[in-house]
Design a protein around this ligand. Structure first.
Ligand code: SF4
Ligand code: SF4
Length: 135
């Protein structure tokens, strides 16, 4: 069983289609909707966690792409805005993956995108809005 977190962007013509139900039924995966934003007559965005066999996940994602759904890995959607960061390090202790690394000598942080799973735990910790989730 594998889990992937992805952001799906739907063109408006697909917004009212039961795409996630179709995924569950035809590819034997579990879809957990983490966030949704849908504007009628515009595009819709869904942040989902999808679990299942690797082969089924690949096929399900291919099906979505063929429909015209844009797919982004969730980890690509977290942004650290260095200019706003005052290096207080408050966010680092909350990060479960070590994606926010602290240089103890300089007391500065660095964001390692490769380690980020986009859980969003660090976002409310930052009073300076230096970490954003692009959604
Ligand atoms: S979103 Fe989660 S994993 Fe990514 S940097 Fe923030 S706390 Fe760490
Ligand atoms: S909480 Fe915000 S200001 Fe403080 S180190 Fe983290 S990103 Fe920078």
């Amino acid at each position: 069983m594998q889990k992937r977190r992805v952001v799906l962007t739907f063109p408006y013509k697909l917004i009212d289609q039961p795409i996630t139900s179709y995924l569950v039924k035809n590819y034997d995966v579990i879809v957990n909707i983490l966030r949704a934003r849908i504007n009628p007559k515009e595009e819709g965005r869904l942040m989902i966690e999808v679990s299942g066999k690797e082969e089924n996940l690949d096929k399900g994602i291919e099906y979505l792409k063929e429909l015209g759904v844009k797919i982004q890995s969730l980890a690509q959607d977290i942004r650290w805005i260095e200019d706003r960061c005052i290096q207080c390090t408050a966010c680092s202790s909350l990060c479960p993956t070590g994606a926010i690394e602290v240089d103890r000598e300089k007391m500065t942080i660095a964001f390692n995108k490769e380690k980020c799973i986009a859980c969003g735990l660090c976002i409310p910790a930052c009073s300076y809005k230096a970490i954003e989730i692009l959604f």
